[in-house]
Write a protein that binds this ligand. Structure first.
Ligand SMILES: Cc1cc2nc3c(=O)[nH]c(=O)nc-3n(C[C@H](O)[C@H](O)[C@H](O)COP(=O)(O)O)c2cc1C
Length: 441
């Protein structure tokens, strides 16, 4: 996928640019919450910064895992509201003609025929600039919104995801690129021999096909997968063009890439067929002091329980009920039993002192959950280059958790990108206008 050594850039605009930011100085000023102007401007800034992609994550739920149901997250402005961002994409695509878009849809709750048709159609509207983040959905409350009493266990979620992805890919391949003839003289629109049934009958899905959509300018949408457990890694290695990964240190980034290299080969592909966007939280300033000031302002604006709310949301367990002195190492069985984010918890066990107490982790979680850097332009560029190197120069980074919206993206585009360009690591101009071609350049 990412054939060159270039650093590809994505920004996570799921809801983490909204979490706790509504009252931070400089955020959302003059914008209507969830209005298109905000997102069009976000797209324009990302395009000026030569980004490959803006990404929208999704969990179709209202977070209820902390304390008094959804009262606290709502009061404090955490992961709510969460609109379906699909209708925003064509507007953003018009505002930024080279930028790509990643959109999330669940393999557990959505039917593969619907996913294949919707993404194919969106790929046409955007001229070939769409990627599908195929998630298995590990948030407990989401299940209740789609008609399930409980969430499926992880192994079953991944088994269903494997079949789902196969069906989607088969549907996307069911129409050959030259199926349309448009021979007006002989009255032939399409060549039926180039359009195929898929006749899928599996454990979870029954789909006949063909897909009544044409291949797009980029052939088919990009596939992204973000699971980090063994099953998640296998799914990515088999089907994905890109993986989203949250690893906290360069050591664990290198280890992750080594596993992916092995798994891609096991699945009959090459390591370069699967690029990675490594998650990094960046706070950049003209000087180090400037960056530290921004970080302090962000942290000072956070509610005291912000970290515990996020831990509860991610791991599916109410952290408000735990003794703050409880140690990380004593939580293993309890977290495993929730069947939510096991991959990320394993990462935490590898990268934190096992004796870390919950109240300490809660205090640091918003800012230290993922790989991060707070620093001058040079320090940030060095850090990103280090991440890229550790990851085998095969992909790029996805920015996460901003300190202000749109300010954090603007700072990155205007301060950091020129330095990365000076180092020859980020494109100076777009040569292509499809997501696939941009990622492949
Ligand atoms: C950058 C990034 C973005 C993600 N976006 C979503 C998302 O939008 N929706 C979702 O349900 N999970 C999302 N995930 C979570 C993973 O898809 C996966 O469910 C989670 O890591 C738990 O699975 P695992 O135990 O295999 O790692 C994301 C993960 C990362 C690193």
């Amino acid at each position: 996928m990412c054939v060159s050594d270039a650093i590809h850039l994505a920004i996570d605009s799921s809801f983490i640019h909204t979490d706790h930011l509504w009252c931070t100085p400089g955020s959302w000023v003059n914008y209507h919450y969830y209005g298109p102007d905000f997102y069009e401007e976000l797209a324009r800034i990302a395009q000026r910064g030569m980004f490959d992609m803006i990404f929208f994550g999704d969990a179709a739920e209202t977070p209820e895992n902390f304390g008094d149901g959804y009262a606290t997250p709502l009061r404090e402005g955490y992961r709510w509201p969460k609109h379906d961002m699909m209708p925003m994409i064509p507007l953003m695509a018009k505002a930024a003609p080279n930028l790509g878009f990643g959109l999330t849809m669940s393999t557990t709750y959505q039917h593969p025929f619907h996913v294949a048709r919707l993404f194919s159609s969106l790929d046409h509207v955007t001229g070939g600039r769409v990627g599908w983040n195929a998630v298995t959905s590990a948030y407990k409350n989401e299940a209740a919104n789609w008609g399930f009493d409980t969430m499926l266990p992880p192994q079953e979620r991944y088994a269903k995801a494997g079949e789902h992805l196969k069906v989607v890919v088969d549907l996307w391949n069911s129409v050959e690129a030259d199926a349309i003839i448009m021979d007006r003289d002989n009255g032939i629109f399409a060549d039926p021999s180039k359009v195929h049934l898929i006749n899928h009958e599996g454990h979870y899905f029954k789909v006949r096909g063909p897909l009544p959509c044409l291949p797009s300018r980029q052939g088919k949408p990009i596939i992204i997968q973000a699971g980090q457990s063994e099953d998640g890694m296998n799914l990515a290695a088999k089907y994905a063009d890109m993986q989203f990964v949250s690893r906290r240190t360069n050591k664990s980034i290198a280890a992750h890439r080594a596993v992916l290299d092995e798994l891609t080969v096991k699945h009959g592909r090459q390591p370069r067929d699967l690029g990675v966007f490594w998650q990094v939280r960046v706070v950049a300033g003209e000087t180090r002091e400037d960056a530290i000031r921004k970080e302090r302002r962000f942290v000072d604006g956070l509610p005291a329980n912000a970290g515990l709310i996020e831990l509860s949301f991610q791991f599916g367990f109410d952290f408000s009920k735990l003794d703050g002195k409880m140690k990380l190492v004593d939580m293993v069985d309890m977290i495993k039993a929730q069947k939510t984010y096991w991959g990320p918890f394993e990462e935490l066990l590898k990268t934190e002192d096992p004796d870390t107490e919950i109240e300490d982790l809660g205090r640091r979680w918003i800012t230290e959950r993922s790989n991060f850097i707070v620093g001058s332009v040079k320090e940030v560029a060095d850090h990103i280059e280090g991440v890229h190197e550790a990851g085998g120069r095969n992909g790029g980074i996805i920015l996460t958790k901003s300190y202000s919206a749109h300010g954090a993206l603007r700072d990155f585009a205007e301060l950091v990108v020129p330095e990365l360009q000076r180092r020859g690591l980020v494109r100076k101009e777009y040569v292509h206008d499809t997501l696939r071609a941009n990622l492949n350049s």
